[in-house]
Design a protein around this ligand. Structure first.
Ligand code: ADP
Ligand code: AMP
Length: 221
């Protein structure tokens, strides 16, 4: 079963996706990481996406959907992290899932807006790998240095407070409608976790949820 991590920027989706990918054999598919890799490499997609990402807006659906369709060929199960972000993207993902006879459950990260600015302004990122740290909640062993490669960490240009506010408004307007999309009474596919607690508490809740879902599926045959 594939998982779709849904929630505002800073909710902890990437952090948890990486932990589960390491522990449970999921493949993390982060559209933000793929876009940043393209920006870094200066590809045509990266050149088109860069100013949009820096302003806090969303990259056009057709570019994102093409990107995901290519990755989807690689086999799963996937954790979709930061995708879908619009109803159009969610419909495109559903088409891909149907074509491959696969299913997905959306996991909503429930979090108060009040913690997001603090999480994002304190976030430090290793751009090449997508690993993230927080200067207080998940510090690297040496400040400003990636634990694995020893390379420098950076603060993302869109993690400035002003841009964060734009991203949160974009989330409310374009992405929050996906909660109702996945909570459709005719075909409910939404579960949620409390994402306010410490990182390992959220991981435990997620693991219990995924195991529970697996048990139900086994019980249902
Ligand atoms: P998202 O992928 O949802 O935008 P991240 O996983 O990058 O969010 O997390 C945003 C920041 O908050 C990072 O600096 C991360 O280290 C930190 N963080 C993630 N989860 C928690 C948590 N449960 N408590 C405190 N800080 C967290
Ligand atoms: P993220 O790493 O998920 O915080 O995404 C960073 C930025 O990349 C977003 O603010 C958007 O500009 C862009 N982006 C990432 N994923 C998507 C997506 N699914 N659709 C549109 N834009 C995206």
């Amino acid at each position: 079963m594939n998982l779709i991590f849904l929630g505002p920027p800073g909710a902890g989706k990437g952090t948890q996706a990486r932990i589960l990918a390491e522990r449970s054999g999921y493949r993390q598919l982060s559209t933000g990481d793929i876009l940043r890799a393209n920006v870094l490499a200066g590809t045509p997609l990266g050149r088109e996406a860069k100013p949009i990402m820096e302003s806090g807006g969303l990259v056009p659906d057709d570019l994102i959907i093409r990107m995901i369709a290519a990755e989807f060929e690689g086999g799963g199960p996937f954790i979709f992290d930061g995708f879908p972000r619009t109803v159009t993207q969610a419909q495109a993902l559903d088409n891909l899932l149907v074509r491959k006879r696969r299913s997905a459950v959306a996991v909503l990260f429930r979090v108060d807006l009040s913690v997001l600015i603090d999480r994002l302004t304190g976030r430090w990122t290793h751009l090449a790998s997508g690993r993230v740290y927080h200067e207080r909640y998940a510090p690297p062993k040496r400040p400003g240095i990636d634990d694995v490669t020893g390379e420098p960490l950076v603060q993302r240009p869109d993690d400035k407070e002003e841009t964060i506010r734009t991203r949160l408004a974009v989330y409310e307007e374009q992405t929050a409608p996906l909660i109702a999309y996945y909570d459709d009474p005719a075909d409910p596919r939404l579960v949620s976790v409390d994402a306010l607690g410490p990182i390992d508490t959220v991981t435990r809740e997620l693991v219990a949820l995924i195991d529970g879902n697996g048990d139900e599926r086994r019980a249902a045959g």
